[in-house]
Design a protein around this ligand. Structure first.
Ligand code: RIB
Ligand code: CA
Length: 312
């Protein structure tokens, strides 16, 4: 089976954790490394969470810390959803391994330039690290197969009426990536809100009865409670793993190729992904926007992913 080379940039984060689990365990994916950014919590906490998760799930890839803040705007973390630790609901013993000494931006550049095949870059947090890498070494765009972004929406936001958190947290970074000449697939709230970890889903995953499913259940308990408190949702939308599910099986999503631009005006729409779904402006199309999701197929992929950790 031909493996897809993957660099995962994330801000764990409850749903990032499930994305990491899915990516690291699937035989179709060659996970080259995990880079971390501030977002759901401070970089110190998201970095610690990534290390803990790699140790717990026995994911043996470099974990590199990246930017502690967005390129232009001030950092704005999200404890109301992910808690004080950024991964409330689980505790781990002190990690035995350390983060890789290389900065995430350097690691992204080095890994891409030295890869013998093009690499897929998935971002499930603010896009600061990838954007900085593109600015520091523009040649890396020739080594990227595609960027799959969890972020944005062509409808409503989740941090302002207009903007989704990952984009809103660093709109300038998103603008750099979306305007690069690399194919971008945007997995936005429009589809991720359709995969909520409802009680029957949690029960289904709990029945797997291994350490990965145990982690899933503990994470979803807190994630679901906070999503209920903040958004009144019956379950937490598993935003980030949709990117990995799409990498594993593209048929899980329906996508449309449109023009998408990031609103950088410092007004109420700052950070919005303006997706020209009806081609009003006749601008050059640049982004594959996820418009539909096969919910059953997604949960089958999550169940399959968790089941691959029986020998932990
Ligand atoms: O808006 C949802 C996104 O913001 C997810 O990636 C979640 O982890 C947070 O980073
Ligand atoms: Ca995230």
């Amino acid at each position: 089976m031909e493996k897809k080379k993957l660099l995962l940039d994330c801000d764990p984060g409850h749903d990032d954790a499930i994305a990491m689990m899915l990516a690291a365990g699937h035989p179709k994916i060659d996970l080259l490394g995990i880079t971390v950014v501030s977002g759901n919590q401070t970089l110190k906490k998201t970095g610690k969470n990534a290390l803990h998760l790699c140790e717990y799930l026995k994911i043996d890839v470099p974990v590199c810390l990246g930017s502690p803040r967005p390129i232009v705007r001030d950092v704005e973390i999200c404890p109301r959803i992910h808690g004080e630790s950024g991964l409330d609901g689980v505790t781990f013993p002190p990690p035995k391994r350390s983060v890789d000494p290389r900065h995430a931006v350097d690691f992204i550049i080095e890994t891409l330039l030295h890869s013998d095949e093009k690499v897929t870059c998935v971002t499930t947090g603010p896009m600061t690290n990838l954007a900085l890498a593109m600015r520091l070494e523009p040649k890396i765009t020739d080594h990227i197969h595609e960027v799959i972004v969890m972020g944005g929406s062509y409808a409503n936001g989740n941090v302002t009426p207009a903007a989704e958190f990952n984009i809103y947290e660093d709109p300038e970074a998103a603008d750099i990536v979306f305007r690069s000449d690399v194919p971008v697939t945007m997995v936005g709230l429009d589809v991720t809100r359709q995969v909520m970890a409802l009680p029957d889903i949690v029960k289904r995953m709990d029945s797997i009865q291994n350490k990965a499913s145990e982690l899933f259940v503990k994470l979803m308990k807190v994630f679901n409670e906070n999503q209920r408190k903040v958004f009144g949702l019956p379950g937490g939308p598993l935003h980030d793993p949709v990117t990995i599910a799409y990498l594993i099986d593209p048929s899980v999503l329906t996508v449309e190729f449109v023009h998408c631009s990031i609103d950088l005006s410092h007004n109420q729409s700052y950070g919005r992904t303006n997706c020209d779904m009806y081609d009003y402006q006749h601008k050059e199309k640049n982004t594959y926007i996820a418009t539909g999701i096969d919910v059953d197929k997604f949960w089958d992929l999550i169940e399959d992913g968790l089941s691959r950790y029986d020998d932990l």
